[in-house]
Design a protein. Structure first.
Length: 58
């Protein structure tokens, strides 16, 4: 199973996380919560109703 990183544009923490993952040579899927309503809904479901990013699903 490939980890999924939920992110949004302009999120410095998201960019830092994804850069570290790339440097480590790991494979991930990414979901932009501003463009993907299902992704935004998932993030809210696991963060108490907030859109906290980055959120990682393993």
């Amino acid at each position: 199973m490939t980890p999924i990183v939920y992110w949004r544009p302009g999120c410095g923490f998201c960019m830092r996380l994804m850069r570290g993952i790339e440097e480590a040579g790991l494979e991930i899927e990414t979901r932009n919560i501003w463009e993907d309503p299902e992704a935004a809904s998932f993030v809210r479901s696991v963060t108490g109703g907030n859109e906290i990013v980055p959120t990682v699903s393993l």
